[in-house]
Design a protein around this ligand. Structure first.
Ligand code: CA
Length: 240
């Protein structure tokens, strides 16, 4: 999965330089030169990460970060602040406003890319191309293959695209409970108007696939809460 990064920077030369480097690194890039434009853009497409300049013509980056954190739709988007300031109290106020990290200008493209990668890996592990191995399942996001180890043999599962994304998300966030709405937003994308029940349908399909290799117990229903991928045994399984 390719991450979409929104660059909010009013100095066009810097904006272009960043955009160029991000595109070269394989990211999808959106650019805004004010907080207002950035707000409108993220109403259309929710970015996976925001690079936010401290000094903007309308709102300061700091105020904008607080706004993003205060709204349900945008509160979980990772933010990296770009700042010319190096004073300690500025860094602290940036982190207080909800930024995940900050990069001080002038910075090298390589440093910026490393910071972005680290924040994405920490905050949105399902975006990374890392191979995941949990509970005898092995999922490779690059080759789109899922293998299961059962009775000492490695068996490849034939997983459809939606089930693959769902399994990838669940494995990347193992042991955590996700509501249907969270799964819809994170796996199907927000602004997708489908019913919560769709999640149940795909969970059922996923379990059926895992049943072939005796691993359906990994996808668990947590009564009244949602679903979870867990290697811990569940006492009773219940319908949501
Ligand atoms: Ca600026």
């Amino acid at each position: 999965m390719t991450a979409t990064i929104l660059v909010v920077e009013d100095e066009l030369a810097i904006q272009e330089l960043i955009a160029l480097n991000l595109k070269k690194a394989g990211y999808l890039v959106l650019c805004a030169d004010s907080a207002e434009q950035a707000r409108k853009m993220s109403n259309n497409v929710l970015p996976d990460l925001i690079l936010l300049d401290w000094m903007l013509p309308d709102l300061s980056g700091l105020e904008f970060a607080r706004k993003l954190r205060g709204e349900e739709r945008t509160k979980n988007i990772p933010i990296i602040m770009l700042t010319a300031r190096t004073q300690e109290h500025d860094k602290i106020s940036g982190l207080d406003a909800g930024a995940d990290d900050y990069v001080t200008k002038p910075f090298s493209p390589r440093e910026l890319l490393a910071r972005i990668k680290a924040v994405l890996r920490r905050r949105i592990p399902e975006i990374s191309d890392d191979i995941l191995e949990v509970g005898g399942l092995r999922l490779d996001p690059v080759t789109y293959r899922v293998h299961a180890e059962t009775a000492g043999k490695l068996i490849e599962l034939s997983v459809g695209p939606t089930e693959f994304r769902l399994l990838h998300f669940l494995m990347a966030h193992k042991e955590r409970v996700h509501t249907r709405t969270q799964l819809l937003n994170r796996v199907w994308g927000d602004h997708v108007f489908i019913e919560d029940r769709t999640v149940d349908v795909h969970i059922r399909r996923l379990r059926k696939l895992l049943e072939q290799v005796g691993k359906e117990h990994l996808v668990q229903t947590v009564r009244g809460a949602g679903y979870r991928f867990s290697v811990e045994k569940q006492e009773e399984s219940a319908e949501l």
